[in-house]
Design a protein around this ligand. Structure first.
Ligand code: BG6
Length: 316
């Protein structure tokens, strides 16, 4: 190898300062990428404030994202963590959200990057970074504003540490009439083999089984997946209890919720995956499970000036 004088350094560092998280834009300022000194990284698309990638220090991707996912703002991202707001699915009988598209407009709106805050310390292993994103009635496009004419502001924060990825949301009613909404962090987790996982932490919870005529059921024991699965656990019992995914007995994900009472468990399996144009590879359902923390049964009512806060923390 030729050793060049004046060759660029891999990382610009100031002598004496501990290594710091790096944050930069890419793809024409449409994505924000944060990298910790440990090598852990996260990427967020301003379209939807969708977390599109979360990699550990070894470069291993932890979220599932379809090979055919659109990242150009033409449709919601099939994978990562799209944000569902202010309606889960569609709700033709709920006047305020009846006109909105499936899963609302948060995942299809362009968010603003509000900035980063990072904490550095002597060791690389405990530095972290928080990226803040904003969406409000002032920044919504006119078409969406007409469909949902409320005055609101949202701050969505994505926090990366070497141990976990956190997403948290603060929704404020800035208007003079109550707002009713649902919210959900539609997290696609990457796993090795859907037939080998178990989801625990939802035992004893009531759920609606969307693939079995919307019947009301109660979860007994761990969840295993052997076909199309679409369940709304509400309320997911004991909100302090993590939802844990194990694969052949080993914990691969641990999800802790804060003020998000419901959990949706979704896997499209063969037929549904085959019918989704943006789902590739078609057998990709074997490598994903959506564990979606939110508040989707009934409506959260927010009085003028009130704020709702909810969060999830994902680790292994
Ligand atoms: C889940 C729903 O949250 O999202 C499913 O429970 C739905 O019913 C899935 O199919 C995917 O929705 P979309 O709009 O991203 O295709």
């Amino acid at each position: 190898m030729v050793d060049r004088r004046n060759k660029p350094m891999a990382l610009a560092t100031t002598p004496g300062l501990p290594p710091q998280p790096q944050v930069h834009f890419s793809h024409g300022n449409s994505r924000v990428i944060a990298v910790l000194p440990t090598g852990d990284s996260v990427e967020v698309l301003l379209y939807g404030a969708t977390v599109t990638s979360w990699k550990d220090r070894f470069g291993t991707e932890r979220l599932w994202r379809s090979d055919a996912a659109k990242l150009d703002g033409s449709k919601p991202v099939r994978g990562g963590i799209p944000l569902v707001f202010p309606v889960f699915g569609t709700s033709p009988d709920h006047a305020a959200t009846a006109k909105l598209p499936q899963h609302g407009f948060a995942r299809t709106s362009r968010w603003e990057f509000l900035g980063k805050s990072s904490s550095e310390s002597a060791g690389a292993s405990d530095s972290s970074v928080k990226l803040d994103f904003g969406l409000s009635s002032n920044t919504l496009d006119d078409n969406t504003k007409a469909l949902w004419p409320y005055t609101f502001s949202i701050i969505y924060s994505v926090t990366l540490t070497p141990e976990h990825l956190g997403t948290s949301i603060v929704i404020t009613n800035d208007g003079d009439q109550p707002i009713e909404f649902q919210v959900l962090m539609h997290t696609y987790l990457r796993i090795s083999d859907i037939t080998k996982i178990q989801v625990t932490g939802l035992e004893g919870s009531d759920y609606v089984d969307k693939v079995d005529a919307a019947q009301a059921k109660k979860q007994s024991g761990a969840i295993t997946i052997a076909g199309e699965t679409d369940r709304v656990y509400s309320p997911a019992t004991d909100p302090t209890k993590p939802v844990i995914i194990t694969e052949e007995g080993e914990t691969v994900f641990n999800i802790v919720r804060d003020n998000l009472k419901d959990v949706v468990v979704w896997n499209p399996w063969t037929d549904k995956a085959a019918g989704m144009g943006d789902f590739e590879p078609k057998d990709g359902f074997k490598n994903m499970i959506c564990i979606e923390a939110g508040s989707v049964k009934g409506w959260v009512t927010l009085d003028p000036s009130d704020a709702f806060e909810g969060a999830q923390t994902i680790s292994d």
